[in-house]
Design a protein around this ligand. Sequence first.
Ligand code: NAD
Ligand code: ZN
Length: 344
Amino acid sequence: MKCIVYKGKEHMALEDHPMPTIQDPADVLLRVTMSAICGSDLHAYNEDRAGQGQVMGHEFIGIVEEVGPRVERLKPGDRVVLPFGLGCGACFYCKRGWHPQCPHYQRFGLGSLPGGQAQYVRVPMADANAVHLPPELPDETAVLLSDILCTGYFCAEQGSIRPGDYVAVVGCGPVGMMAQMAAHLFGPALVIAIDTVPYRLDTARYLWGAVPLNAAEPSLRERVLALTEGRGADVVLEAVGTEGRGLDTAFEVVRPAGTISMVGVPTVDTYTYPLRKAYTLDLTYKVGRCPARRYIEQLIPLLQTGRIHPERIITHVLPLDQAPEGYRIFASREPGVMKVLLKP
Ligand code: NAD
Ligand code: ZN
């Protein structure tokens, strides 16, 4: 089967690998119908990391091809989405919706499992993780449930936005876009979008009516104060990660006794969290990996009723063969590129 393999910095390769097979009675084999490139994949793309030789991709949907003997909820032909990380479904944490804390947690792609930027993928603990997709939901929309739609929603929800709040979103990549869209579900007075890439700022304004602010221009804090009655943002949603130092930007624009909710991945070990500043500000700081399994079922009805339109951020649907080019353009953040999907 065809798949996309991590070879090191700026090098993703199309390879032919043996078909995955059922290895455990709780496995299913999935035929992938759509996958996507995530900003998290770029952490590996942008520099040499561990995991060379692994099949990429943790955002995908597909059709069940084969089921192991202990699988009960799924049968061949079922169309399902998987969260980007899998839990056992039965432990203390899974039962409370915190799958990333499950002792059996496994992630696709550069986690422990071969990923879904491939024609086929083996899915362990399938009953506990696969969610059936309503037939009317297009592949392009459904694939966003595997990660970024859930992650953007999680970021907004853990920000505890209240009606009338001033919300600032740091980062206007696909995750920041989803966080902005989700923020509106909680009734903010205003959403401020912060990035350094003009096309991404324009997209935030065009898609979600955000007030765009370029972090590369001087006095970002002054501009945020001017939009927030001189106080700063009540809630800051961070969707950058430590490489871009998005948390510094978040601290720059948050108001005293405000909240920072961070989903950007800490990939830098040496980052200094401004503890004294947080203390002095009476700040609430929340951070974490999204328990996507918890949100998939909650968000499907909002897609069905047209309450949210995450598919508006999709700019490219490329054949899987063209994934190396897809990575190049997504990493370049060039104008016209936001979310890149891959069709096997
Ligand atoms: P992306 O790289 O496309 O977007 C990041 C954006 O941040 C870019 O537009 C960039 O220009 C902007 N940026 C960089 N530094 C900035 C700064 N200091 N201030 C403002 N903007 C800045 O990535 P993405 O797909 O949108 O993902 C964003 C982050 O979310 C990544 O770290 C990704 O790994 C992470 N992520 C986390 C989870 C989770 O479960 N917590 C899930 C998915 C993705
Ligand atoms: Zn992702």
